[in-house]
Design a protein around this ligand. Structure first.
Ligand code: NAX
Length: 333
């Protein structure tokens, strides 16, 4: 039997974690032969709720689950972990400005960055889900200097899955027929869902998305807007933000990062920019990547960027620059 890996989920008493923990413990993320030790972090007032989640994990009788460690102490949660899914964050309250939310959350990620630096394995892979995800990941990385920058990421896979589903629905094909639809930039309404490198397999032949959709106007307007606004649409309908789909995407992100992407397929991840595609180095920006079997990602190079795409890619980068400036100000206090 394999040695267990240690996985931390934060915001463990929250709604995304409720779906995510099931997938992780069931073997759907790290493999169905990979034993797991789970550490669950939440804030002190949520400890009674977290106890209920632990009871349910026990009651699921998962074959792979070796131990569950619920805690409100970051040092305990991050001790010797191999993977961190940083879901916990402060929710937006009514009347709260985006800037106040950013300030509250980057402080959480400054603290967690420092604690990861002190406690986690140096090989830990970190995905930030809590919003503002890109900037939280940037701050987390900044305060964990002993862990390589490429071990920090943020979730844009939900946006990619949403985009893929929109295309499959429009063309009338199964979801797996759609490939290489990608997300550039911030996990926010400025993100750029880009189908220009994507394909749709129609009766076994891969054709460009534009050829399959045959409506450039729909792609440039309605499609992009639907994906950008999808989170808000779910909140409006459910009175709660996306949780099942966010958890599924977090699992997809980590599985691909640990196991590699399928041959010929890209996936989107918010990662520290190396300056590729003219995006300022150091920003956490969503790029298309491929991932090898050892878990190393490479930004897909050489994709053609037309004027339409350039404008959208720069707009979302500019928003991230502003977020970074605010976040660094808050952290220097
Ligand atoms: P919930 O409010 O249900 O759960 C969040 C949990 O985090 C709560 O139990 C809370 O006590 C805990 N928490 C707060 N501060 C913490 C801290 N310092 N350490 C540990 N735990 C802490 O929110 P949920 O619906 O699960 O969403 C979690 C986060 O994901 C939110 O920030 C949300 O905006 C973000 N999302 C990100 C998405 C993405 O694609 N990147 C999509 C879905 C989601 O909106």
């Amino acid at each position: 039997e394999k040695d267990p890996i240690k996985v931390c989920v934060t915001g463990a008493a929250g709604q995304i974690a409720y779906s995510l923990l099931y997938q992780v413990a069931k073997g759907q993320v790290f493999g169905d032969d990979q034993p797991i030790i789970l550490t669950l972090l939440d804030i002190p007032p949520m400890m009674p709720v977290l106890q209920g989640v632990v009871m349910e994990l026990d009651d699921c009788a998962f074959s792979l689950l070796r131990e569950v460690i619920p805690t409100s102490d970051e040092a305990v949660a991050f001790k010797d972990i191999d993977a961190a899914m940083l879901v916990g964050a402060m929710p937006r309250r009514e009347g709260m400005e985006r800037k106040d939310l950013l300030a509250a959350n980057v402080k959480i990620f400054k603290s967690q960055g420092k604690s990861l630096d002190a406690n986690a394995k140096k090989t830990v892979k970190v995905v930030v889900v809590g919003n503002p995800a890109n900037t939280n990941a940037l701050i987390c990385k900044k305060y964990a200097p002993s862990i390589p920058a490429e071990n920090f990421s943020c979730l844009t896979r939900l946006d990619q899955n949403r985009a893929k589903a929109q295309i499959a629905g429009r063309v009338g094909v199964t979801i797996d027929s759609v490939k290489n639809v990608i997300i550039w930039g911030n996990h926010s309404s400025t993100q750029f869902p880009d189908v220009s490198h994507g394909t749709v397999s129609v009766k076994g032949t891969a054709v460009p998305v534009s050829e399959a959709v045959k409506d450039d106007n729909w792609i440039k307007n309605e499609f992009i807007k639907t994906v950008q606004q999808r989170g808000a649409a779910v909140i409006k309908a459910r009175k709660l933000s996306s949780a099942m789909s966010a958890a599924k995407a977090t699992g997809d992100h980590m599985r691909d990062w640990f196991k590699g992407t399928p041959q010929g397929e890209y996936t989107s991840m918010g990662i520290v920019s190396d300056g590729s595609y003219g995006i300022e180095a150091g920003l956490v920006y969503s790029f298309p990547v491929t991932i090898d079997k050892s878990g190393k990602y490479t930004i897909v190079q050489g994709l053609e960027v037309d004027t339409f795409a350039r404008e959208k890619m720069d707009a979302t980068a500019n928003e991230l620059k502003q977020e970074m400036t605010t976040a660094l100000e808050v952290c220097s206090d």
